[in-house]
Ligand binder design. Structure first.
Ligand code: ARG
Ligand code: GLU
Length: 729
């Protein structure tokens, strides 16, 4: 009996989480420094965030629009996820030179590949400017006036911050409009591809394993920031030189250890921690189910086509990934909030909130919740219409979106002609369409439209339909297949040849053809309907939601002063902390914290597009040839830690208490994905590639050991006290 209790106790403690909910503003680290040290941080808040010297923040970049990267080499070498560099890797790939399939390792700087439009952004400083904004806002007036006031008050703050330098600056709202920060950034515009493993490592497990633990993906890629001769950002040019960073993250050769302190520094995109029950109900009953249904339908088409053709596989790789990723996440989120009974606990909290608000007496706090309730009820059909528009036009058949590129030249033809710019604009569009057609399969596009339209129509309130869809009922008696076949048969947008015939030169006859083109017309109708009918109504009501949330969150802080508050993620730099640990995702299920190469080999399915393993990796495994990166005959691959993360944290550095890189974040477990709405310390875990696997792949697998010479590898023999970080100026 005693024995059994002990076992139970041990089990219980083994999954007792050291998780801490929250994504903290780096400028506020000083105020939680005590907690951080208790949790195991061994450097100072100033080592992480300093305005006076190089600190960890100087080694963290916003990579492109939506990922994080970190500086790991003196010559501007940065690392992010394979899936974050995916569209760059894809764009350099062709059937003859398939970087997706074979990987890529630049032998020298000259071999590194330039990427149009790719940027890396450092945060220079952040400053709380709430006092200069909030007291001046006309909160008793409409939200349009409030927004206008924020813009007016922010302008001089931004100007002061950017005068006489090459930085950019913005003032951003936090805490649903209850605080405001100035954020000053430095954006580098020449970022080149240095290395990527083959997809059979970088995307191993693909969609089947995506959002899942145990995981075995080597999800990393390497890039390099280039700067002008003055080390400042410059337009992409062969004459640029590698950027000299202010801080380089050391890499911990001994990797992560179970139970040790861990933290993550990056750019989480968005969370909804303070959502009302009315919003949760909408997500749970309408939004997630609808989006899941739309994406399931398009994925059925695309996945099947990718499996049956190598060309389609390359053409659709990046597009498929962006559709499938959120699809699977929403499934997990929906399950998670139902399991946690988020809706019910929000309702209970709101009862308590209302009672306290009434006792307190401030009408702003009292009215916030009823206001949110009625706004959510009214917004539902418009929010659904908006989501459907996004799903249809931005994730659906690509010709709908492509057609919109020509909107301006068709509608403004006379004006552009008068200015003498018409043909020049048209030619730019025609030349720019090559990349689009390279990756378009007409049959796939058509079938996606056929699959989505019925679901779209089923969810959309009838009076919110785009006008052009009337033809479906009138001319085709609701036969979607016949309707879509006819669209694609008659449209000139289906090929560059047809387009060129109509638009080069672009005369009166061509203009008439375009205006009456069925796909062009349908696309216009979708946009027009959204811009003129859906969006205005949606904005009018969401203004009330914004106001309600501002008052509701302000009320929480006053009415529940003992709770800890962190501002919802908003793509600004944040730090989360916790520990390297496994989890208890479900009753009777315990997840360990580490995976190894043995698990990769066990998942190997020869010839399978998701679970292929490179020959060379199998040989290294068979010989246990892991160099200094293995431990006890095992090669670590991924690990979990209890760090609160979300989309945008991809590629973020996971650091130990000394500020050394132990891993690179790329995912959460499926049982965690509701953490955007509700964080559960037992269940919520982020997934990282172990830094030792990264080094092993670069060095032993790829033979690109020259890259390691740029890095700062630190071993188990380092001094056990707080280390002063190197200062790079
Ligand atoms: N789930 C991770 C993230 O949200 C990885 C995505 C990689 N893409 C994929 N479709 N497997 O970004
Ligand atoms: N893979 C995600 C990204 O692209 C991170 C996973 C998450 O949402 O936690 O940012």
């Amino acid at each position: 009996m005693i024995g059994r209790c002990l076992v139970l106790l041990l089990l219980a403690t083994s999954i007792r989480a050291q998780a801490h909910e929250g994504m903290w503003l780096p400028t506020l680290l000083k105020s939680i420094e005590g907690d951080l040290h208790t949790a195991g941080l061994r450097i100072t808040a100033e080592d992480i965030w300093s305005l006076n010297r190089g600190s960890i923040k100087d080694a963290v970049v916003l990579f492109g629009g939506g990922c994080t990267g970190e500086v790991i080499g003196e010559q501007g070498l940065i690392m992010t996820n394979h899936h974050c560099g995916f569209s760059q890797i894809q764009s350099h790939s062709s059937l003859e030179r398939d970087l997706l399939k074979n990987g890529f390792w630049a032998a020298s700087h000259a071999d590194e590949l330039m990427n149009n439009g790719l940027t890396a952004t450092f945060v220079v400083r952040m400053e709380d400017v709430t006092d200069r904004i909030l007291p001046e806002l006309p909160l008793d007036q409409g939200e349009a006036q409030v927004r206008e006031a924020i813009a007016r008050l922010s302008a001089p703050i931004v100007r002061e911050a950017t005068e006489g330098n090459h930085f950019s600056a913005v003032v951003r709202a936090f805490n649903h409009g209850n605080s405001y920060y100035l954020i000053v950034t430095e954006t580098f515009r020449d970022v080149r591809l240095v290395g990527a493993p083959p997809s059979s490592i970088g995307k191993f497990g693909a969609d089947t394993d995506n959002w899942m633990w145990p995981r075995h993906t080597g999800d990393f890629s390497l890039f390099r920031i280039y700067a002008g001769a003055d080390n400042k950002p410059a337009d992409p040019s062969p004459t640029n030189v590698p950027f000299q960073p202010r801080h380089v993250l050391p890499m911990a050769l001994d990797g992560p250890r179970e139970g040790e302190f861990a933290m993550i520094f990056g750019f989480p995109g968005s969370t909804q921690r303070y959502l009302s029950s009315y919003a949760v109900r909408y997500v749970q009953e309408a939004q997630d189910p609808m989006r899941i249904a739309m994406r399931r339908a398009s994925l059925e088409v695309i996945d099947q086509a990718m499996r049956s053709s190598d060309l389609v596989r390359i053409q659709y790789a990046a597009k498929q990934a962006s559709i499938s990723n959120a699809y699977k996440k929403w499934i997990g989120e929906l399950r998670g909030i139902k399991e946690l009974r988020t809706l019910e606990s929000k309702q209970a909290y709101e009862q308590e909130y209302l009672a306290r608000a009434r006792a307190h007496g401030d009408p702003r706090y009292i009215d916030a919740l009823p206001g949110l309730a009625s706004a959510y009820e009214e917004i539902a059909p418009y929010a659904t219409a908006r989501d459907l528009f996004v799903e249809m036009v931005y994730y659906g058949p690509e010709l709908l979106r492509f057609a919109d590129r020509f909107n301006k030249v068709v509608l403004d033809r006379a004006k552009l002609g008068f200015e003498g710019k018409l043909q020049q604009e048209v030619d730019k569009l025609l030349d720019g369409s090559d990349a689009f057609y390279k990756d378009l399969d007409l049959e796939v596009d058509k079938r996606v439209m056929k699959a989505l339209l019925p679901i779209y129509l089923q969810h959309l309130r009838e009076d919110l339909r785009p006008a052009a869809l009337a033809a479906l009922d009138q001319r085709f008696k609701g036969d979607v297949d016949a309707y879509v076949d006819d669209l694609y048969a008659r449209s000139v947008l289906v090929s560059k040849e047809r387009l060129v015939k109509v638009m080069r030169p672009f005369g009166t006859k061509g203009a008439k053809t375009m205006v009456t083109d069925p796909l062009f017309d349908l696309s216009r109708s979708f946009f027009q309907n959204f811009l003129e009918t859906v969006r205005p109504a949606h904005m009018r009501i969401s203004d009330r939601i914004d106001r309600g949330m501002r008052n509701y969150v302000a009320g929480m802080m006053v009415l529940f002063p003992d709770r800890t508050y962190w501002p919802d993620a908003n793509s600004t730099l944040r730090l989360s902390y916790g520990a390297v640990e496994g989890s208890g995702p479900r009753d009777a299920v315990v997840y360990g914290a580490f995976t190894t190469l043995d698990g990769v080999i066990a998942k190997h399915i020869p010839g399978d597009h998701e679970f292929e393993v490179p020959q060379r990796l199998m040989e290294l495994h068979a010989a246990r040839d892991y160099g200094p990166y293995g431990v006890d005959g095992m090669m670590p691959v991924c690990f979990t830690s209890s760090l609160h993360t979300t989309g945008g944290n991809s590629g973020s550095p996971v650091l130990n208490g000394r500020g050394e890189l132990i891993g690179i974040n790329f995912d959460r477990t499926w049982e965690s994905t509701m953490s955007d709405i509700q964080f559960d310390p037992e269940k919520c875990r982020n997934i990282s590639v172990d830094v030792r696997y990264v080094l092993f792949i670069i060095d032993r697998f790829a033979g690109a050991g020259h890259l390691l010479k740029e890095m700062r590898l630190v071993g188990a023999d380092r001094p056990p006290h707080i280390i002063q970080l190197p200062i790079h100026r």
